[in-house]
Design a protein around this ligand. Structure first.
Ligand SMILES: NC(=O)c1ccc[n+]([C@@H]2O[C@H](COP(=O)([O-])OP(=O)(O)OC[C@H]3O[C@@H](n4cnc5c(N)ncnc54)[C@H](OP(=O)(O)O)[C@@H]3O)[C@@H](O)[C@H]2O)c1
Length: 261
């Protein structure tokens, strides 16, 4: 009997994405790359986007899978999103999982925020995911899963993060509304909110000293790894999460509300 339950349990937690089609924006490094790798290992066909072609080629070489496709597409503007849409259309595939992950952060006190930084972050983190979702909606399979990368900053009030936090707060609201609007097609929409996670993106925003400090604000006393965020994405994309929509999953090591020094 015990063995039966163990087997049953393993069956249930197994995440098989064989022949599923997955689109990941911002998949050439960090969380997006780790998630692409996890989906490839689970049998999926994966399309990843990024602005930098060389970075995408490096990602392709690193994963070395015929199931990985790279698309140079700047999803902060409608022209770039149209490139992604045409690639999906030409593939003739319906998208089973859409992971809207591309994002950038610039930290500055309110006195020093520039219009360019404001526009870049809102275009990449809010306008991009919203219009990518809109343009790919006709190409989503009924019953698809949409995941969006938010952040714990959406509900924290860290110093110097007003614009970045506001972009993630806006994203959370868009996702919650989308979950309601798309429920009729059985499309589930959920948010992943990582805490501080060891990526190129984080290295570009904070100093090594601040990274050490960020590790101390988690209950687990360390930064997260991109693979740990990917595990949560695959869970929410899988049938194991079939009754979960419109939610925000914090993957933050038990982070407490922090102030960026
Ligand atoms: N790392 C953390 O501590 C942390 C915590 C919470 C939330 N997040 C969120 O997690 C997501 C991924 O961040 P990450 O830390 O993994 O950063 P990352 O290593 O810098 O990866 C970002 C990815 O997005 C791509 N990208 C950026 N702007 C893009 C655009 N306009 N169009 C298409 N692709 C674009 C980048 O490639 P190109 O530069 O070539 O375009 C790269 O592939 C972001 O939404 C971020 O806000 C990160």
């Amino acid at each position: 009997m015990y063995r039966y339950f163990c087997t049953l349990n393993q069956e249930r937690i197994k995440m098989d994405f064989t022949k599923k089609n997955v689109v990941i924006t911002g998949g050439s490094s960090g969380i997006g790359f780790a998630t692409a790798k996890a989906f490839i290992n689970a049998g999926a066909n994966v399309w990843i986007t990024g602005r930098n072609e060389e970075k995408l080629q490096r990602a392709k070489e690193a994963l070395s899978s015929p199931n990985l496709h790279v698309v140079v597409s700047d999803t902060s503007n409608l022209e770039g999103i149209a490139v992604l849409e045409s690639v999906v259309l030409e593939s003739g595939s319906k998208v089973d999982v859409l992971f809207l992950n591309a994002g950038i952060a610039t930290y500055a006190p309110i006195e020093h925020i520039t219009e360019a930084d404001f526009d870049a972050q809102f275009n990449t983190n809010v306008k991009g995911p919203l219009f990518t979702l809109q343009k790919l909606l006709p190409h989503l399979a009924d019953g698809a899963a949409v995941l969006l990368t938010s952040s714990t900053v959406a509900s924290a009030s860290g110093l110097n993060s007003s614009v970045y936090s506001a972009t993630k707060g806006a994203l959370n609201k868009i996702a919650q509304v989308a979950a309601n609007e798309l429920a009729g097609r059985k499309i589930r929409v959920n948010l992943i909110s990582p805490g501080p996670t060891e990526t190129e993106g984080l290295d570009g925003v904070v100093t090594p000293e601040i990274k050490d400090y960020l590790a101390t604000v988690t209950a687990l006393q360390r930064l997260g790894s991109p693979n740990e965020i990917a595990n949560a994405v695959l869970f929410l994309a899988s049938d194991n999460a079939s009754f979960i929509t419109g939610t925000e999953l914090l993957v933050d090591g038990g982070a407490i509300n922090y102030i960026l020094k």
